[in-house]
Write a protein that binds this ligand. Structure first.
Ligand SMILES: [Fe+2]
Length: 329
């Protein structure tokens, strides 16, 4: 176990990890990512990622081929369906934000691409040019957020599923025949997807909250007002300061985050200064829970019409309640 605020040589590993925050984040030194890595080093880094959730590699001088090779050690690289991918190498996303090209849509708390059936295992971001002021990336540990919920709340969340979709990207499709055709094609490729509200990490077995305000729409089978209230509460977990780490970028740094256990948000405070980053994304597994899915009848009283102040069926609903009560007694 790595103690925080302490530099330590991991046993049988050729690198050092220094914990940067109370609950997560390790700074890794002693490894040159521009060189091929042997399998034991990759395995140790994979374990370090699972344990620390975010790994920071300072002072790396990488070509795009080096970054992609490093990414492929951990799995297949995926192509983001809605980002401006490099023309020659679609697995590489280039963020070259500067005057005339402001950053978009990354300043919200989220896990990457959770509208997919198998959201990414992790994402690597490599800094090439950073603004003199601003442009930080914030992270929040969803493992810490889950661990520090009350036992009662953890029990309540057990077995709940949430529906995720890519609606936040729909603005990218113009209202033309071609735009609508492309949107329909994406909707077929990425239909609304159920994921457990609490997922289990496949390496550590730890539980983490897995809902985010960017892609999570509602709790499956739950009445809308309950679903909204619950999601609002869970979304606010990212704002607890103790669960956060804010990364201030220097050039030539790789940050590799575990998309299974953290959320992140980019701070858009640097425009029109230049911020030039490269990103690769590693394919993940389907999120799973150790608990059976909650039954629909536990979450919604189907005999009762949905609550609405102007609903003319309220009297009918009261009649159904009275009938149920009479039958039960
Ligand atoms: Fe992201």
């Amino acid at each position: 176990m790595i103690m925080f605020n302490e530099s330590k040589q991991e046993s049988n590993t050729p690198f050092n990890v220094r914990r940067l925050s109370r609950y997560f984040v390790g700074e890794v030194t002693g490894v040159d990512l521009s060189q091929p890595l042997d399998p034991s080093c990759v395995a140790a880094l994979s374990n370090a990622l699972a344990e620390h959730e975010v790994l920071v590699f300072p002072d790396q001088n990488l070509s795009r081929e080096d970054l992609m090779r490093f990414g492929r050690y951990f799995g297949e690289l995926t192509v983001h369906p809605f980002a401006e991918n490099d023309e020659q190498v679609p697995e590489l996303i280039v963020f070259d934000n500067q005057e005339g090209n402001p950053p978009v849509l990354t300043d919200h708390w989220h896990s990457d691409e959770t509208y997919r059936e198998c959201p990414p295992l992790g994402t690597m971001l490599y800094s090439k040019v950073v603004p003199e002021i601003g442009g930080d990336t914030c992270f929040s540990s969803m493992t810490a957020a889950y661990d520090l919920l009350s036992d009662r709340m953890q029990q309540f969340l057990s077995g709940l599923e949430a529906v995720h979709d890519f609606a936040t990207f729909k603005y990218l499709f113009p209202n033309t025949d071609e735009g609508r055709r492309q949107l329909r094609s994406c909707e077929e490729r990425f239909p609304p997807m159920n994921h457990p509200v609490v997922r289990v990490h496949p390496v550590t077995g730890k539980k983490a909250l897995f809902v985010n305000p960017h892609y999570t729409r509602f709790i499956k089978d739950m009445e809308d007002r309950e679903s909204r209230a619950l999601l609002d509460t869970l979304f606010r977990a990212t704002s607890v300061l103790e669960y956060q780490y804010r990364h201030h970028w220097k050039p030539n740094t790789v940050v590799f985050w575990d998309n299974r256990s953290v959320q992140h948000a980019a701070v858009h405070d640097y425009y029109p200064q230049r911020r030039f980053m490269e990103r690769v994304t590693i394919k993940g597994d389907r999120p799973f829970s150790t608990e059976p899915a909650a039954k629909a009848e536990e979450l919604r009283k189907f005999k009762v019409a949905q609550y609405d102040h102007n609903d003319e069926r309220r009297s009918v609903r009261q009649f159904e309640r009275d009938t149920e009560t009479a039958q039960a007694s």
